[in-house]
Design a binder for this molecule. Sequence first.
Ligand code: DQA
Length: 146
Amino acid sequence: MTASLVYVLNGPNLNRLGSREPEIYGSQTLEDVAALVSSEADRFGLTIDFRQTNDEAELIGWIHEAVDRGADVVLNPAAFTHYSYAVRDACALVTDGGARLIEVHLSNPATREEFRHTSVVAGVATGTIAGFGSGSYLLALRALTL
Ligand code: DQA
């Protein structure tokens, strides 16, 4: 099913973009990313629900909400990527239900510390886009139009 509603969900510490390790994540704030995502979504005719939380349970609740609404999901799980089986299992509900889930990262975790080389989400994602800064989110939206 191709849903025109897309949840764009962001995990912990991404609310600190702009001041958090700018040499890795750049100088754009999450609000900047949200604005770019919003204008790209308009171009593609997608309806976006853009959110961020530092709370694992809240993130899982939002993923369940996306499942219930039949929405596709663009997810930057942030550090949950590397160890949260609970987030992974929630992501599996999205793809098991026939919607798409694209894992995105601003940085390329494969080039960073060893613990970032593992994604417990990747195995249940439709695909992963990493290393393009805010462009990773825009590429994910583009992927959803294919
Ligand atoms: C990140 C990469 C993760 O390893 C890290 O924990 C983050 C951000 C990224 O977007 O590059 O918080 O998901």
